[in-house]
Structure formats: C-alpha cells, structure tokens
Design a protein. Structure first.
Length: 147
C-alpha cells in the first residue's frame, strides 16, 4: 500500500508543510487560550487570513492584531494586514419541533357571540346581519376546536 505522502505531488506537500508552520507560528504569538480556537490561517501576498471557530474569539483577538503583526515581522514574515473570519459551526443546531398554534380561550368565543348579538340588536339591517352571522360561526368554530 502506498503512503499518503507518495500520493501527493511535492509542491502540494510543500504547501501543506508551509501552512502547518504558519499555523504553528501564529498560534505561538496568540494568547494560549485563544490559540486553541484558531481553525485556519493562510498567507496571501501580504495579507494574513485567520479563521477562528467562534465570533467571540474573533473580537478578542482583534485587540492583539498589532502585537501579532510585530511578532510575525520579527520572524521574517511580511504581513501588512490581517483579515479575520469565523468558521461555520461544525454541527448545525437541531431545529426545534414546530410549535402548535394556541387556540384562543373560551372567553374569546363568548366575546364574539356578545358582539354578534349587539350587531343584531342594532336597527340597521344589511351588512350587520352578515357580520353577526360570521361572528357567530367563528365563535362556533373556536368552541368546537377547544373541545
């Protein structure tokens, strides 16, 4: 069986090794508790791209950006800017079961019936009658749904 290193061309293997070395150097310059949250780093031209696993660490690490730039410059790594990124969560949170709609209490049906009765008591026939009937039907539906 072939080794993993023999399956990769030398340029890619060198890039992987450089990425590991860069990650190690950047991790050493960060506060110890923050270095564990560094997921990925890459050097493109004169820009260092750092990816952390949590946005709260991103905010904390931005305060140490100048110190990081000075330390990397003293190590011979020319970096003019640092761009910060947050990695997506490895495991998506599970969606909660959809909540069932709460039905209005029995008092709502009683209020609807009272309103319908008030409309029927009104002297003006026509649309109030149909509105009263609709309110009574709605009250019936709410009453049946609660049972």
């Amino acid at each position: 069986m072939k080794s993993f290193d023999s399956l990769i061309d030398p340029e890619t293997l060198a890039s992987v090794q450089q990425a590991r070395e860069l990650h190690a150097r950047v991790s050493r310059t960060m506060p110890r508790d923050a270095a564990a949250h560094l997921v990925f780093c890459r050097l493109d031209d004169d820009q260092l791209r750092l990816t952390v696993n949590n946005a709260s660490w991103l905010a904390k690490l931005r305060f140490s950006e100048r110190q990081l730039l000075r330390t990397l410059a003293s190590d011979g790594i020319a970096v003019k800017r640092i761009s910060w990124h947050v990695a997506p969560p490895e495991k998506r949170p599970e969606r909660a079961a959809p909540r069932r709609a709460r039905l209005p209490g029995p008092s709502v049906a009683a209020h609807l019936r009272a309103l319908a009765n008030d409309l029927e008591d009104n002297d003006s026939p026509g649309e109030n009658d149909s509105l009263g009937k609709s309110l009574n039907r709605l009250a019936d539906v709410l009453h049946r749904a609660r049972d």
